[in-house]
Design a binder for this molecule. Structure first.
Ligand code: BDR
Ligand code: CA
Length: 306
């Protein structure tokens, strides 16, 4: 299986993405790192710890990182994810502690120890990743693939121009896109089309304790209902892609992050006309929604069966 480190801010859709990763036979979670984002770092970390035990991978380290943006004050999205961050889900308290050290150092040391083997996927603000590439630029050579859920070339969700994960720390995102690797960028253009329809929620409901205690209370939380046919489960798209890259179509592009705009701060300015530039990103342009749900629901089934 593909070895992955997940940098996240759970977060309703982060939780659904982590459950997918754990249930997918194509993926092996080797580490989880947390960042402040949807809710505070304290809460995203506590949620990651609870998820680890509830889903059943107690041996995987959870390492906390940055509490907020590099140069700006923190923003959050508790109105979308609930004050606890997991919508209507109330998971049992965790019994195991966090791993020592900072997420950015964990990322550096893990990639250093296994060059070419680890896929890094970021589904929160990019602060930890930016700190890692600043401290140790060779991570871009050591990583097998770096993928994010973030950005958009159509319209934003935090502002008309900007997607939340990029808007939360535009300077970090700018550093990450200029780091010298080819970012696999899956943005709102793709993720908003993968909606948890009533039919999907019905299938989640049939998944025992996993469905009742986590999937359904997350997917039906009022704040997530932003799309026409049901909530978009953004972060899960990035993990589903790693499990089966054929789900998403990509186009190479040059991506810059706006850090100075009065109305456009955090915008991903995506130029598909490369000219003689070498792409710094492969940008997702569409996802096969039915196949996405088949993969996701069968991963959830596997988690449910223990
Ligand atoms: C992203 O923002 C967060 O609120 C979600 O968890 C997801 O990572 C979608 O814009
Ligand atoms: Ca997230």
């Amino acid at each position: 299986a593909k070895k992955i480190v997940i940098d996240c801010d759970p977060g309703i859709d982060d939780a659904l993405a982590i459950a997918l990763a754990h249930g997918s036979p194509a993926l092996e979670i080797v580490g989880i790192t947390t960042v402040g984002g949807n809710v505070s770092l304290e809460r995203t970390t506590d949620n990651a710890l609870r998820l680890r035990e509830f889903l059943g991978f107690p041996e995987v380290p959870v390492t906390p990182g940055a509490a907020g943006a590099m140069l700006r004050s923190a923003i959050e999205a508790a109105h979308v994810h609930g004050t606890g961050g997991l919508g209507g889900a109330v998971l049992p308290e965790a019994t195991l502690p966090v791993a020592p050290g900072h997420a950015s150092d964990y990322i550096i040391e893990t990639l250093r120890a296994h060059p070419g083997e680890i896929t890094l996927v970021a589904i929160g603000p990019l602060t930890n990743i930016a700190l890692a590439v600043l401290k140790e630029p060779r991570v871009v050579d050591w990583v097998r693939e770096f993928a994010i859920l973030g950005g958009t070339y159509t319209r934003g969700n935090r502002t008309p121009a900007a997607e939340f994960n990029i808007a939360a720390d535009p300077e970090a995102a700018a550093i990450v896109f200029r780091a010298g690797w080819t970012v696999t960028q899956i943005g709102l253009d793709v993720s908003t089309t993968a909606q948890a329809t009533e039919a999907v929620v019905k299938r989640m409901r049939a998944l025992g304790r996993l469905g009742e205690d986590l999937l359904v209370p997350c997917a039906t939380f009022y704040g997530m209902v932003t799309a026409s046919e049901g909530p978009a489960i953004h972060d899960a798209c990035a993990l589903a892609y790693l499990a089966d890259p054929s789900l998403i179509e990509f186009e190479p592009a040059w991506v810059e992050v706006e850090t100075a705009g009065r109305f456009t701060s955090g915008m991903t300015v995506i130029d598909f006309a490369l000219g003689d530039r070498v792409a710094n990103a492969n940008v997702g342009t569409s996802i096969q929604v039915d196949r996405f749900w088949e993969l996701t629901l069968s991963a959830y089934e596997r988690v449910n069966q223990g």
